[in-house]
Design a protein around this ligand. Structure first.
Ligand SMILES: [Zn+2]
Ligand SMILES: [Zn+2]
Length: 384
């Protein structure tokens, strides 16, 4: 029987993009899923066929080979009997393909044997991830910074060199013959499935220690405080994480390292308020500055810049200082500084000022100020 064309199986065009391929596969998988078609051989075959097509077409390289040479081009991707579930590499993407909740169905269906070749075992030997909180000032966030932090981690025991063994003797586990995994064969809808699980004797490590190290009690690691340097990119935000891969706890007995998660906290700034990559500041101006205009010196994250307040400026008016904000994360663009000028009424004035204000009041009394909606915009017209 000639093999069907993968595009035809999924019902997509040759030019279909990844999104269309995923969508088509999702639809077919939902339709032919064995849970919905119990004991239906045909549905089972259709589901498998669609999965094979998806396996090839969703992968750029495999798809290219298939486009160029047809089925002959991807023959060696599968075993002698053609595609089997072990060749299906998307188990980890099921949440992505089907949404939450669906992957568990697949897990139950295929057990560990499904895509089992992906897991190289020994995952139980991985060290724990650690979390640390880091408070940063707005200035540090604006430009990015480098910080040295002290953190307690588990490092290789210096007495046993991380082996956990007092005499250096480590034996291969007899039950799993050093693989750390035990296999069981069971029946499933797809015929015989192999289930791979962690070896109970060695807890997946494949090794057994006869005499435990007296310093680490066979753990192969000990608590230490170390200093690490963390590069903080500009533009990070409150509650964001920076993951330092492979810097967390060392795994027991020479296992791989976990990660360190650095949780970012933003310290409140005395002057500025943050709004995305923009920063905002309120700047007080006097009545005479507002009426006559003036040049003011506005604080920025890096110093001060001169800003022109034009004559007749109203209280609350916003000015934008381009590029004086925060350098965005993963972007070349920089935020701005927004300056809100606030008219400050003097509360203590001397005799001379009182005379001057009294004189001014005579002029002001001839101006009729009307309250109501849009007061400020009308005010602007009135005074101009
Ligand atoms: Zn074992
Ligand atoms: Zn030790």
């Amino acid at each position: 029987m000639a093999k069907r064309d993968y595009y035809e199986i999924l019902g997509v065009e040759k030019s279909a993009d990844e999104g269309a391929i995923k969508k088509a596969y999702r639809k077919l998988a939902m339709q032919y899923h064995p849970d919905k078609n119990p004991d239906n051989k045909e549905a089972e075959e259709k589901f498998k066929e669609a999965s094979e097509a998806y396996e090839i077409l969703f992968d750029k390289e495999k798809r290219q080979l298939y486009d160029q040479y047809g089925h002959a081009g991807i023959e060696n991707q599968f075993g002698a009997g053609g595609f089997s579930w072990e060749n299906f590499s998307h188990r980890g993407d099921f949440n992505d393909i089907f949404g939450d909740g669906f992957s568990s169905i697949f897990e139950g269906l295929f057990g560990g044997g499904f895509g089992g070749s992906r897991s190289s075992g020994r995952s139980s030997n991985r060290g724990e991830d650690l979390q640390i909180e880091l408070s940063l000032s707005l200035k540090e966030i604006a430009t990015g910074t480098e910080k040295t932090i002290k953190i307690g981690t588990k490092e290789a025991c210096d007495k046993c060199n991380g082996t956990g063994s007092a005499d250096g003797q480590v034996e291969s586990c007899a039950q799993c013959r050093g693989t750390g995994q035990v296999r069981q064969v069971r029946q499933s809808l797809f015929g015989q499935m192999q289930t791979v699980s962690e070896c109970p004797s060695c807890r997946g490590e494949g090794k057994i220690i006869k005499t435990k190290c007296s310093k680490c009690y066979g753990e192969g690691r000990m608590g230490k405080v170390k200093e690490i340097s963390v590069k903080i990119p500009s533009g990070v935000e409150e509650n964001q994480y920076i993951r330092l891969r492979g810097q967390g706890n060392m795994g027991p007995r020479g296992g791989t390292r976990g990660d360190i998660l650095v949780l970012i906290h933003e310290k409140q700034d005395d002057l500025f308020e943050r709004n995305g990559n923009d920063i905002m500041i309120e700047y007080p101006i006097s009545l005479s500055q507002a009426v006559l205009g003036d040049d003011i010196l506005v604080p920025t994250l890096t110093g001060k810049v001169k800003m022109k307040v034009p004559a007749g400026t109203q209280s609350g008016r916003l000015f934008r200082l381009k590029g004086q904000g925060i350098q965005g994360l993963n972007t070349y663009s920089k935020g701005d500084e927004i300056v809100k000028v606030i008219l400050v009424t003097p509360t203590k004035i001397n005799k001379e000022e009182t005379e001057l204000y009294t004189k001014l009041r005579e002029f002001d009394s001839k101006r009729e100020l009307k309250p109501g909606r849009g007061f400020f915009s009308k005010l602007r017209d009135y005074f101009s």
